[in-house]
Ligand binder design. Structure first.
Ligand code: SF4
Length: 467
């Protein structure tokens, strides 16, 4: 059986996504399923220096946007001949591109216009936690939250000889945790939170394109014991009994899962710094001369030892999140990280010989004022005096399912002004990323869209693609 897995963005970002790699790897069942990858944009030359070892050199195409039909990396064959189609989607603005990829490949992107005897279209990924509703306009099955139970059920169905047309797959997956069948239910279920037994998840290939180039990606934990009001990964106000909020893989299982020839581990998890074995893992890597990549750490959990181990495993940047730009704004979103903690991190980083402090923060949170902007500029200047700062800014987008879901967005002009004022108020030497308030507004529109809006988005995307 031939399955296709779609990523509606570049090859590089798809292969850098552990979720995409996981789904692709699990669906490749020798002698049963051959799963081929389709990307929206593939540039042959850009990836040829250190190619993905499973990737044939002849493949590559740009799909959608009126371009040629997408072909798979593995065989160069078109999307249209697949028996089953899966897509992993992580970003709101990739939804139109996904619709265009399907249309360009000869697959009707609107669910209600497709034949149930045709290949099932199954969509999952991080975006389902933000708002699954518009995805229901496109997918026969939407997997909301963690995908392990749905993948197990799908593979069991295929192994038992089940067919992969939309009608059969819908029947096979109905009732599985996190599975939404838009043709049968108006509203998606709550996101599936799979247990710790599915951890660690390890990447199928190490690629130069991930945030941790050439390292094996390993997910060591899910969930977070904190309750920041803007965050989709927060601890719920009411925790279901017997369902631990923070799920962690054992340290032994993480170390055992790393391939013997790996160059190191890109360690992934929403609340990494709460993993009880984090320092042991880093020590183990450091003792073998291996590298570690760590996503953002809670500033109040960074210890001198953690900073030392980060440096010992090749880390040059200590990454922490302020999220709110002032003490007052942080208190309002229940981000209990004080300014002193951030200053302490800069000092610890410097002491450990780390080169920079990367600080995440959002602009546009409810109640924010110009005074908060000045307070943040002052903090950035003081941090930068200790350790060069990389300010990684974004625009606050109220997410459905969080206490801030009804908070106002922007407006774009006001947020852009605030970002400009912030940059102007900072002394030289601080590095800022590019931020697009307009893109954030489009994310917000998607995050609050209905299934009917999803239909409209698909039609507009396909129309633009074929214009
Ligand atoms: S922002 Fe970070 S600390 Fe806060 S709930 Fe989300 S993952 Fe946890």
């Amino acid at each position: 059986m031939r399955a296709g897995i779609l990523w509606a963005d570049r090859y590089e970002s798809g292969m850098g996504s552990l979720g995409f790699q996981w789904a692709w790897d699990r669906l490749n069942v020798p002698a049963v399923v051959s799963c081929e990858r389709f990307f929206n944009i593939v540039q042959d030359a850009a990836t040829s220096a250190r190619p993905d070892r499973r990737r044939p050199s002849s493949a590559g195409a740009r799909a959608g946007g009126g371009g040629p039909a997408p072909v798979s990396l593995e065989t160069g064959r078109p999307l249209g001949g697949c028996d089953l189609l899966l897509a992993s989607i992580s970003y709101e603005l990739d939804f139109p591109a996904l619709a265009r990829m399907l249309a360009a490949g000869g697959v009707e992107p609107e669910r209600e216009r497709r034949d149930v005897d045709g290949p099932a279209v199954v969509v999952g990924g991080p975006l389902t936690r933000a708002n699954a509703l518009p995805l229901g306009a496109l997918a026969d099955v939407v997997v909301v939250g963690d995908g392990e139970p749905a993948m197990d059920a799908l593979l069991a169905h295929i192994r038992s000889g089940g067919t992969t047309d939309a009608g059969s797959v819908v029947q096979a997956l109905q009732g599985v945790a996190g599975v939404w069948i838009p043709a049968l239910d108006a509203m998606p279920p709550p996101p599936c939170e799979a247990g710790a037994s599915c951890l660690p998840v390890v990447s199928a290939v190490a690629t130069p394109h991930s945030s941790f180039p050439d390292l094996t990606l390993v997910e060591i934990s899910r969930g977070c014991p904190k309750s920041c009001t803007f965050c989709l990964g927060r601890k719920p106000d009411v925790v279901p009994q017997g369902n631990p909020v923070l799920r962690t893989a054992s340290t032994d299982s993480i170390l055992a899962a790393l391939p013997p020839d790996c160059k190191g581990a890109g360690i992934i998890g929403a609340a990494l710094s709460f993993h009880p074995g984090l320092e042991t893992i880093l020590e183990w890597l450091a003792a073998r001369g291996l590298k570690a990549g760590l996503s953002s750490l809670r500033a109040d959990r960074v210890t001198p030892e953690l900073a030392r181990l980060l440096k010992a495993t090749g880390g040059e940047v200590l990454t922490v999140a302020a999220d709110g730009i002032s003490e007052r704004v942080r208190a309002g979103i229940r981000k209990d990280v004080a300014e002193e903690e951030l200053l302490r991190c800069a000092a610890l980083g410097k002491q450990a010989g780390i080169h920079a402090l990367k600080l995440y923060a959002m602009v546009g949170l409810p109640g924010e004022t110009d005074q908060d902007v000045l307070e943040f500029a002052d903090l950035l200047n003081r941090l930068n005096a200790q350790l060069p700062v990389i300010a990684s800014l974004s625009v606050f987008v109220p997410k459905k399912g969080t206490p801030l879901e009804s908070a106002p967005f922007g407006p774009v002009g006001a947020v852009a002004d605030r970002l400009r004022r912030l940059r102007r108020s900072c002394s030289g030497g601080i590095r800022f990323n590019r931020v697009s308030p307009r893109e954030a507004e489009l994310q917000w529109v998607f995050d609050h869209a209905s299934q009917e809006d999803g239909v409209r988005m698909i039609r507009t995307a396909v129309k633009r693609g074929s214009a």
